[in-house]
Design a protein around this ligand. Structure first.
Ligand code: 26Q
Length: 836
């Protein structure tokens, strides 16, 4: 089957045959009767039946790529934040109606079944979700691609809040099986650790024999990812660790029963759990082993595939593009060198040429504490051959720098792969930069700052290597599926073209003044807010007024993301309402959701503060109808899909210069929320397209933040100028918001009064003013909805399809395949929104 001519039609799907297939799966694959099947069993049966509809296409897509000699993308990522896949697959195949019709006589609904699918959270946050959106976009654009990662038994922890404190519990997403994946036990690569490497000849650049002390197998599990209109597909190949010997039989027979299996448990621990860090300092040996484990498996896999078709590795850069998702897979640079030289007899210089032309690297952070580096001693212990290779790469790299920039020792030290300080460490960002032909930032501002800071000197040494590719999001998941009523309304207003070409949303802009459309957008929003309120009533027992302004702050909890600034403003607003309860206050619901890294106690304290504030506000009869604070526990992709369509206001308030891009900012604006935010990350580019007058931007710019830092001003001076903030901090420090433990928040207050690294004091007054501007606009509903429509209309550029097209052109050198244009649909009769 040629995917380029696959008709994008679903006319051939007949609900009764689909129903029969689902019941067959339920009966013969699951051994359940349709009378007693649980929602989960129905989900699995449906997933298996749907899977049958795309397996042929998946195999054909792979074969086509293989036979046509097309260049393949391999996206290496330690994280894939997939979420649920049922609706994604059904929608992208155009089967939603057919599935609904198939299920109706069976007494199950798609929605109930959908909720039974576990949320695959093999990631921490933005970086992992981006990887998932990119796989879907590559499938939609017809770019042959594999995502390579780890099949963690336990993804991101489940967050439980007890008495306002976060507790972490393991997530067990595989407990009831995973109907989307195909186990491929025959695809297993050996991954070595430790031991020693000896040269095979006199040339230090020549091949070595590495005798690892231990070996583990990386076993493949494939999940097909369906692209839009089912035109093409990609594969998520996750590796699971398996001990080569299931049991040390000799030890077992000698009576050491536990020891005999402990060996296995140790090796298999590599794929047990997602490392629960998000931009925090941490580096443990297990994480290094995870990184090498999947990078090596990926490279062995793609080399094997390449050599099946092509004779040698010299053509690798023409047929393969490897994208490193941050430095987490950066060891791939040394591993590709090792495989070329030690396993495939390639000479050093050729191997280096192949490596650099094949690999590209995306940087997602500027925070010094999140830039990975590994102690040289640990690298020597775990990966002795790789450490040798890194030394050799470095020696040649520094020799080149010394020749081109004579007598510049500062430059040499700054671009060296080894950081020589108290402890010698390998700088993984440097390794990724030196070992790749392109390094990209994820927004325009972030790219600019990369050139100015972490990669300033490397940029001098290798000018032109750094490019900017602003992140994007999957419109299929974040608009078509998560907000069907809005997507239908848009379709009724401007026609269906935006479903294939996101930029077509621009046609909404001239309609922003249309009172009828404003009312319809408001009605959709109201309906989504009601749905969220119903869910929160059911799950948390809180009652929300869908007429209030829903102010949403959802993302990882981190000091630079400044949930604390939002909470300080909440207290100030509480004080203001108390001081003048009769004023015309806009009723607000402040919704927070997000996880703190398990070891990040200040972030956990911020979560506790949200709960303390929530409780006190809810107990106050004067305030409780005007202000509510809700913390939704266990933030994940599915919660985001509920909250984002219901948001009026999107909080994007990071300290300028610290959020590389943000992608939640895009999802919220696409769903018609107005942004209150700083000029940071991709929010800057959103403002260029949306128009600042349709947003509430405030605060110091990245440059102003840098200048202020240089002056060592601290928070005290700003607090002195803001009686409002002074009062809030005093109350917090005195224990007014934590009477059970008055000292609880003193550390937070002290840091604002002291260094104020995150500029909360400096930005507080302008944030307050921006919030009041939001109140003012809310009172003029027509103006608010006009701004919301302008937001939606300007978001087309932020589709992940555009990001991927840029990667294809600027980094991978892959032409975009021409996919069939869907047949023109007959114009639809206007449907009232509520029937959509
Ligand atoms: C590093 C060292 C040791 C242990 C863990 C880590 C680690 C783990 C995860 C470092 C970073 C991450 C995740 C980073 C992340 O999600 N970054 C976000 O990436 C998004 C996609 O580009 C951006 O939109 C966000 O701005 C950025 O914060």
């Amino acid at each position: 089957m040629d995917t380029l001519t696959t008709p994008a039609t679903t006319a051939s799907i007949d609900p009764s045959s689909l129903r029969a297939a689902i019941v067959r799966k339920l009966t013969y694959d699951l051994g359940r009767s349709s009378q007693s099947a649980s929602d989960h069993a129905w989900f699995v049966a449906t997933a298996l039946a749907i899977r049958e509809r795309f397996v042929d296409r998946w195999i054909a897509t792979n074969r086509l790529a293989y036979e046509s000699g097309a260049k393949q993308v391999y996206y290496l990522s330690l994280e894939f934040m997939i979420g649920r896949l049922l609706r994604d697959s059904i929608d992208n195949l155009g089967l939603t109606e057919a599935v609904n019709d198939a299920l109706a006589p069976l007494g199950v609904t798609l929605e109930r079944m959908r909720q039974a699918e576990p949320d695959a959270a093999l990631g921490n946050g933005g970086l992992g979700r981006l990887a998932a959106c990119f796989l879907e976009s590559m499938a939609s654009l017809g770019i042959p691609a594999f995502g390579y990662g780890i099949r963690y038994d336990h993804g991101l922890f489940r967050q439980v809040i007890a008495d306002g404190w976060q507790h972490e519990y393991p997530e067990d997403w595989l407990a009831c099986g995973n109907p989307w994946e195909f186990a491929k036990p025959e695809i297993a690569h050996e991954i070595g650790f430790g031991g020693a490497a000896v040269p095979l000849g006199a040339d230090p650049l020549g091949p070595h024999r590495w005798q690892p002390a231990e070996t583990v197998l990386a076993v493949a599990y494939d999940t097909p990812i369906v692209g839009w209109r089912g035109r093409s597909m990609t594969t998520l190949r996750l590796w699971s660790a398996r001990a080569p010997d299931p049991l040390l039989l000799e030890a077992f027979n000698k009576g050491d029963h536990v020891g005999a299996i402990a060996h296995r448990a140790r090796l298999e621990s590599i794929s047990k759990v997602l490392y629960p860090g998000d931009e925090t300092t941490a580096g443990q040996e297990l994480r290094l082993r995870q990184q090498y484990f999947f990078a090596s498996a990926a490279l062995q896999d793609l080399i094997r595939r390449h050599l099946r078709v092509y004779q040698d590795l010299s053509s690798l850069p023409d047929k393969v593009a490897i994208q490193l998702n941050d430095t987490h897979p950066a060891i791939a640079v040394a591993e590709l060198m090792r495989l070329c030289i030690d396993q495939h007899g390639v000479a050093w210089d050729d191997a280096w040429d192949i490596t650099r032309r094949t690999i590209a690297y995306t940087n997602h952070t500027l925070l010094p504490e999140a830039l990975e580096s590994w102690p040289v001693w640990m690298m020597e212990k775990v990966l002795p051959r790789h450490m040798q290779i890194i030394y050799l790469i470095n020696a040649r790299h520094l020799e080149d720098v010394r020749t081109r920039f004579p007598k510049d020792d500062r430059l040499v030290a700054s671009v060296s792969l080894i950081h020589e300080n108290m402890e010698r460490r390998v700088r993984m960002a440097h390794l990724a930069f030196i070992g790749s032909h392109r390094t990209n930032g994820v927004s325009a501002l972030h790219t600019e700052l990369l050139k100015r800071t972490v990669f300033h000197d490397l940029d001098r040494v290798a000018p032109g290597r750094i490019v900017g590719i602003t992140n994007g999001i999957s419109f299929r998941r974040w608009l078509f599926q998560a907000n069907r009523p809005l997507a239908s309304l848009i379709e009724q207003t401007i026609g269906p073209r935006f479903r294939d070409d996101a930029e077509a949303l621009a046609a909404l802009r001239p309609r922003a003044d249309d009172a009828g459309l404003q009312a319809a957008v408001a009605a959709v929003k109201r309906r989504n807010k009601q749905a969220l309120a119903d869910m929160l009533k059911r799950d948390l027992g809180v009652r929300l007024d869908p007429g209030a302004l829903f102010d949403v702050h959802i993302k990882r909890i981190h000091e630079y993301k400044r949930q604390l600034l939002n909470l300080l403003e909440t207290i100030a607003l509480y004080d203001a309402i108390k001081a003048d309860p009769g004023a015309a206050w806009v009723p607000r619901v402040k919704i927070f959701s997000g996880k703190a890294a398990a070891s990040y106690w200040r972030a956990k304290l911020i979560i506790r503060l949200a709960h303390d504030i929530g409780r006190k506000v809810a107990e106050d009869p004067v305030v409780r109808d005007l202000l509510k604070v809700v913390f939704i526990p266990n933030y994940n992709v599915s919660i985001a899909e509920m909250v984002i369509p219901a948001a009026d206001l999107s909080e994007q308030i990071s300290t300028a210069g610290m959020e590389a891009s943000g992608t939640g900012n895009m999802k919220l604006a696409l769903n018609g929320a107005l942004t209150i935010g700083t000029r940071d990350g991709a929010t800057v580019e959103m403002a260029e397209r949306i128009g600042e007058e349709n947003m509430f931007l405030f605060g110091l710019s990245a440059e102003e933040v840098t200048a202020r830092r240089a002056q060592w001003v601290g928070g005290a001076a700003e607090i002195a100028k803001s009686p409002r903030l002074g009062a809030v901090l005093e109350a917090l420090a005195a224990g007014a918001w934590s009477p059970d433990d008055p000292a609880r928040y003193r550390v937070l207050v002290d840091s604002i009064r002291g260094e104020d690294r995150f500029m909360l004091a400096a930005d507080f007054e302008s944030y307050w003013a921006a919030q009041r501007a939001a109140d003012a606009l809310w009172r003029d509903q027509a103006a608010w909805q006009r701004a919301a429509i302008r937001n939606i209309s300007a978001m087309g550029w932020f589709s992940a399809d555009r990001s991927i097209a840029e990667y294809a052109a600027k980094v991978w050198d892959i032409p975009l395949p021409r996919l069939p244009v869907p047949a023109a649909e007959p114009p639809r009769p206007a449907v009232p929104v509520d029937a959509a």
